[in-house]
Design a protein around this ligand. Structure first.
Ligand SMILES: [Zn+2]
Length: 192
């Protein structure tokens, strides 16, 4: 990489140190679902929209690695819990040679968090991008959970919009005897 994709100045990382400092300082927001379950997000979707859209290209793996370093990694450093917990990437299928949810989940690795992959996969690959809540409800992800019972779990996704994906993931994990304690997403797109 030669130029920062944000300010176009010379930079080796694809987002220069200065832009990371200015744009990627996380500002944690919380959504509480009716049952009390919490979804924490590090950024507002509109603040990093252009960066998030790189996930539809190969550049996304570099951008998501930097986003994860500034948010998820930082979170993991300050997180402690009575037990060790597992972080599960929601639907970490690989496109363009990487999985964006796997990159985020990996950044949570710490003495108290164990990242896990390929444990919560969707059986359909319909894109929800720009789709209505009604559409999303009519086309569930049909997740399959293939991991341990009796564990505490953090659910990881990149964007939370209507919460349908997280709700579905949460219910599948619970049905198989594991306990989702909260969800972490990179960006909240509440006002889309
Ligand atoms: Zn820059």
């Amino acid at each position: 990489m030669i130029k920062c994709i944000t300010c176009k100045r010379f930079s080796l990382p694809i987002i220069c140190k200065k832009c990371q400092k200015l744009l990627l300082k996380p500002n944690l927001s919380t959504r509480t679902l009716p049952d009390g379950f919490k979804i924490y997000s590090f950024y507002k979707y509109s603040d990093i929209e252009d960066l998030l859209k790189t996930k539809h290209t190969y550049l996304g793996s570099f951008v998501y690695t930097i986003l994860a370093k500034n948010s998820f990694k930082h979170f993991a450093k300050n997180f402690s819990f009575s037990n060790s917990v597992y972080a599960l990437a929601i639907d970490d299928h690989v496109r363009y040679g990487y999985s964006h949810t796997a990159i985020l989940t990996k950044a949570l690795k710490s003495p108290s968090i164990k990242p896990c992959f390929n444990t919560l996969k969707s059986q359909n690959s319909i894109s929800y991008s720009g789709k209505s809540l009604d559409y999303r409800l009519k086309h569930p992800r049909d997740f399959i959970y293939t991991f341990k019972r009796d564990i505490d779990v953090i659910l990881v996704d990149d964007i939370v919009t209507t919460t349908t994906t997280i709700l579905e993931a949460k219910s599948v994990v619970k049905k198989h005897g594991a306990k989702p304690i909260f969800a972490l997403t990179l960006a909240d797109a509440k006002n889309l």
